[in-house]
Ligand binder design. Structure first.
Ligand code: PNS
Length: 164
């Protein structure tokens, strides 16, 4: 294997919406790998709040200044997508022990499906260990503030969703 080959990581998720926890992991990944592709799952949740195009638009705006961060959407099996991209690594964030079981199952299933792609876990800054897209949507919908927990563009998009 060519050791000098540039390392590509895929960071998959629903990102409905992108949180500052995701942003933190992407920034860490961008420092660690030559390229990191944020891969937004198109047909995950039955009724996402943001369409895949909206989620992509948000991430593109947030990472506009990061030359080695790419934003894509994907459908189907993650390992097949990662293999098509010729990725070396799948990155996932681990916030707490409660994430571990689900993440371990996915990592081992993905390894069974494709032994060549390694899953790497990274911990976000402790400020974001309790932040999830689900809680962001719930708190915002009930009138709570999510300031500092999501990028400003996400706050604005959440506000425009509830205004209609
Ligand atoms: O942000 P999420 O919702 O926790 O991300 C989950 C995601 C997108 C990584 C997972 O649902 C996924 O990989 N979906 C693609 C379909 C697939 O490959 N399923 C088998 C995973 S072992």
């Amino acid at each position: 294997m060519d050791e000098k080959r540039r390392k590509l990581a895929v960071y998959p998720g629903s990102f409905d919406p992108l949180t500052n926890g995701h942003v933190d992991i992407i920034e860490r990944g961008a420092r660690l790998f030559d390229r990191i592709v944020v891969a937004i799952l198109v047909n995950g949740e039955k009724e996402p709040l943001f369409s895949a195009d909206e989620r992509k638009e948000i991430a593109l705006a947030v990472f506009d200044d990061f030359p080695n961060v790419e934003i894509e959407t994907f459908d189907g099996l993650l390992v097949d997508y990662a293999a098509r991209q010729e990725a070396d690594v799948i990155v996932r964030g681990l916030r707490a022990i409660s994430d571990f079981e689900y993440e371990m199952q996915m990592a081992l299933m993905n390894r069974r499906l494709n032994r060549m792609i390694e899953t790497v876990f990274m911990m976000p800054d402790e400020r974001y260990t309790y932040v999830s897209s689900r809680l962001i949507k719930e708190v915002f919908a009930l009138g709570g503030s999510v300031k500092g927990l999501v990028p400003e563009i996400v706050e604005a998009r959440l506000a425009s969703k509830t205004a209609v």
